[in-house]
Design a protein around this ligand. Sequence first.
Ligand SMILES: Cc1ncc(COP(=O)(O)O)c(C=O)c1O
Length: 378
Amino acid sequence: MKIPVLRLEYSEEEIRAIQAGIKDVLKSGYLTMGTKVAEFEKAFATFTGARYAVATNSGTSSLEIILRAIGVDGRTVVVPSNTMMASPVAVVHAGGKVIFADCDKENLQLDPKDLKKKLRADTRAVMLVHIGGIISPSFQEIKEICDKNRIILIEDAAHAHGATIGGKQAGTLGLAGSFSFYPTKPLVTAEGGMVTTEDEGIYRKAVSLRDHGRAPDDPNNHVELGYNWRFSELHAVLGIQQMKKAKAILTERRKIAAWYDKKLDGVKGIRKLYLPAKVKPSYYKYIVFLDDNIDREMIKKILKEKYSVSLTSEVYSHPCHKQPAFKKYPGTVANDPADTFPQTEYVAAKHICLPVYPGLTEPEVDYVVDSLKKVLSE
Ligand SMILES: Cc1ncc(COP(=O)(O)O)c(C=O)c1O
């Protein structure tokens, strides 16, 4: 058996529907920002329950749009160090400075205790990143910390399409949420992003920033320092197709995760992640901790070479606070030099991500688990 890092599942019927959508676009005379983009935005807003959804060309641009819309210029934004570089770098590009915070090593998400220590008088926002598609079980506490200190909570929900906490959807938990549709994500459009918000002011600014800061009623009048962050009609065709099966994709990811939950019970050398019932992940990743004495790189190498099982990349193996780019530009980070990130460093070194994507069968999951057991016992 061979288990690749990713399979993209498109049935013949779906391919025909996409081809028909592309034909519509070609005949419409609009290759970008037309009716398909509007249809995708509407479907995504309905899916998350957000009032507004604004499609962009990446999950990086949707983040930067939110940061520019709330105004972080000359201010600080708290970001977990355990995230993809796009999260803190968006703060820098929007004119802010990053304050890195540690994560909770039990669930990989922002640690509220460390967050409290990191807030400063000039802190404008906290970026909650739903790592691996998990909404922090401490979300309520984090929200209360933000509210009490009059700090804006925003979400980097790049991994978290359809994830919920207490029934509330990712993308509706803070002032605005940002999604990515990169091919590994739960919903994909090749490249693409989305801003979700309830707030009309943020919505209007996002629409303007996405298209060179144009005024809504006068396209030759530029009222913001925007950019070309537009979304194409062709990508929107892929988005519309994904929205038709978004619920089914989530159900399937959760079914595969439940198989792992059961089959990994009692396996020696690993520890499963335990989340309270109120947290329903998107299962962008299925995360497992390795015991302290186990070398992750060795496990990955043997799984791939001997058993043809490719594990997916970690979330994350290289904490942002250690990235050379921030050493090169130290003025972009506002942390105290004495700050430490012990939980982030533990997580970075000690977890693996098992394959999880629609189409993965139960016998394949059995094969992954059996192969892992063999490698761990070798
Ligand atoms: C947490 C996080 N934020 C933001 C992004 C950026 O998304 P994109 O690649 O669509 O620009 C990613 C992409 O992997 C991500 O993982």
